[in-house]
Design a protein around this ligand. Structure first.
Ligand SMILES: O=C(O)CCC(=O)C(=O)O
Length: 283
């Protein structure tokens, strides 16, 4: 299995804002990660407390809680591809487990990741790693090639229980879905997409769960424009900028220090994302 991203794939990323499929690891290793994820993160999420306060979810920034996830964000094949598009000094800014159960009506509307992250400049790349395989029937991620070039579009928040995004963010203008490309992946493969790329996903009509992890990587010179100081994890190279608070690596599952660090990091993340206006208003 080749672990190298080729110059023409890097060129495709610059032109299309996306590149896939890339090989991270063999299906057996994907299955090992899948089992660990199911063991650790199967409990239904409780996104808000009775007082309306969001609870720490172990499906977000899981790499602060679980050694297997800490290993996954540092996987050399993934980092080699990320380095080829954003350079050698790399922070993991965020991660999200995208678990769409068999037959689930869950959808992700058309959106750009960078809309409420408050990161500048727009150099963040997401690696979406498939642990179960992901195809059209399973509601794979679909994207509009080249849509990153026009920059930030206006978004609005949509309230719909089937929407898997925290604020239901969706692009305000109509999207030409006829141009959409499904990012079909086998277990152990991944895609890269640019933070301004328009992408979405439909319900899972298959009889299998679709599980992937989206890992957000930024070069160390990217900063957060809001008032809250956010945290991130240096996964390769050197951080000469110090724009983010360094995050600790979990020593073991259930490590109390890791649980506290995770709660602290995502508390800051939610505070910041609620305070950030849509980036279209900032740039
Ligand atoms: O997994 C999905 O269906 C959506 C993923 C996504 O929006 C992302 O990784 O940015």
């Amino acid at each position: 299995m080749s672990r190298l991203i080729t110059p023409s794939q890097v060129e495709a990323y610059r032109r299309d804002g996306m590149v896939f499929p890339l090989d991270a690891f063999p299906p057996e290793e994907a299955e090992r990660y899948r089992q660990a994820l199911v063991r650790c993160c199967a409990e239904a999420e409780r996104p808000t407390s009775e007082a309306g306060i969001r609870q720490p979810s172990n499906r977000v920034k899981s790499y602060l809680l679980f050694p297997w996830a800490a290993e996954l964000i540092r996987h050399p094949a993934i980092l080699d591809a990320v380095e080829a598009v954003i350079g050698p000094d790399i922070l993991t800014f965020h991660s999200t487990i995208w678990w769409k159960p068999a037959g689930s009506a869950g959808i992700v509307p058309w959106h750009q990741d960078g809309t409420y992250f408050g990161l500048a400049p727009f150099e963040h790349v997401t690696a979406w790693i498939s642990l179960t395989g992901s195809d059209l029937e399973m509601g794979c991620v679909e994207a509009l090639p080249g849509s990153h070039i026009a920059g930030q579009r206006a978004h609005r928040d949509r309230k719909d229980p089937n929407i898997m995004l925290s604020r239901g963010q969706s692009v305000a203008d109509a999207v030409d879905e006829g141009q959409a490309v499904p990012m079909i992946l086998r277990p152990g493969q991944f895609s890269l997409h640019h933070t301004m790329l328009l992408h979405a996903s439909r319900p899972n009509r298959s009889t299998h769960d679709r599980i992937g992890i989206g890992i957000s990587y930024v070069p160390t010179h990217v900063r957060h424009i809001g008032e809250t100081r956010l945290s991130a994890t240096l996964v390769r190279g050197e951080d000469r900028h110090g724009h983010f608070e360094p995050e600790p690596r979990p020593k073991a599952e259930g490590d109390p220090a890791a649980i506290a660090a995770h709660a602290e990091a995502i508390g800051r993340f939610w505070t910041a994302s609620e305070a950030i206006p849509e980036m279209a208003l900032v740039h």
